[in-house]
Ligand binder design. Structure first.
Ligand code: ADP
Ligand code: MG
Length: 287
């Protein structure tokens, strides 16, 4: 029985015959002498909202980068597939961009280009080089970018430079860019780690909103996989939570079953550990 089959049975609520959208079959990653991820198998179905938790160095970013096609699994590209395709086999461009997109903790915005251009960069994967260059002179799809920025609540920042925006506003720009990219699977690496609790809640709502957002590629149901450290956010916004520790899966639970105690144990925090500060500290140290 493959891990995929096991997961299908455990999932219960999913049709037993539904093929997983994301299939990781015993994929691992070693960086030189450092283990990034031990052989790991996971099946994730369309529409799931999966939270990845685990201490710094547990392999969250490695897993997300394998899914994004930015890293090749040691077993070869086919160990990770999304919708039957291997992200690592797709050249950056339209096909990869409509399959999977990633928002990172550092937002990866171009500081000296206006917000408008940063948002339109989400389209680059779908555009020819000529159109991409032209868009720097006369932004195409300006209307679509305006709508995306309005949706994330910063329509008035369209001509601003990202360097002049707050962390929460920059993360909104990154989410608007993701809307322009409109991928089937949305990956987010610690998207709220640098935000205060109120801003974190807002950004999480926006990211989760993208799962059911009907973008212009007609995808009606996206899948979200995000790393974060806050149990309450996970219980509110996710359907499933996977705990990683020392590059292995420690638990795989319905998000509603994630207690603070389970999370504290994963992070090696004692019973009397403060619920907020140590986790915020871990998040801040995480690279
Ligand atoms: P997390 O995102 O959970 O903090 P990572 O996936 O970044 O974990 O890292 C998992 C392990 O892989 C860690 O031991 C880390 O030191 C190692 N690692 C990550 N990236 C590299 C790299 N580029 N070179 C060498 N080791 C790395
Ligand atoms: Mg990381």
């Amino acid at each position: 029985m493959t891990a995929t089959g096991v997961r299908l049975r455990r999932a219960g609520e999913q049709s037993a015959v539904a093929k997983p959208l994301v299939a990781i079959e015993s994929a691992s990653k070693v960086y030189g002498t450092n283990r990034g991820l031990s052989p790991l198998s996971l099946a994730i179905h369309a529409g799931e909202r999966v939270a990845l938790v685990g201490p710094s160095g547990s392999g969250k970013t490695t897993l997300l980068r394998l899914l994004a096609g930015a890293l090749v699994p040691d077993e070869g590209p086919h160990a990770v597939t999304i919708d039957g395709k291997s992200p690592a086999n797709l050249k950056p461009g339209s096909e990869l961009a409509s399959l999977v997109g990633i928002v990172s903790q550092r937002f990866d915005l171009v500081p000296h280009l206006p917000v408008l251009h940063n948002v339109l960069a989400g389209r680059l994967g779908h555009w020819s080089l000529g159109r991409s260059i032209l868009s720097l002179v006369w932004p195409m799809d300006r209307r679509a970018a305006q709508l995306a920025l309005a949706r994330v609540g910063i329509a008035d920042k369209i001509n601003e430079r990202p360097g002049r925006l707050s962390g929460g506003e920059q993360q909104r720009v990154a989410i608007a860019r993701m809307m322009m990219q409109s991928p089937l699977v949305i990956l987010a690496d610690e998207p709220v780690a640098s935000l205060d609790p109120a801003r974190a809640e807002e950004v999480m709502e926006l990211l989760v909103g993208l799962v059911s957002w009907n973008g212009d590629n007609g995808a009606s149901q996206r899948t979200l996989i995000a790393s974060l450290h806050t149990a309450s956010l996970i219980r509110r916004h996710f359907t499933r939570v996977i705990g990683l520790r020392e590059s292995r899966v420690q638990f795989d639970l319905p998000a509603g079953d994630l207690t603070d105690a389970v999370l504290d144990e994963l992070y090696d925090l004692g019973d009397d550990a403060d619920r907020v500060e140590p986790l915020a500290g871990l998040a801040a140290r995480d690279g």
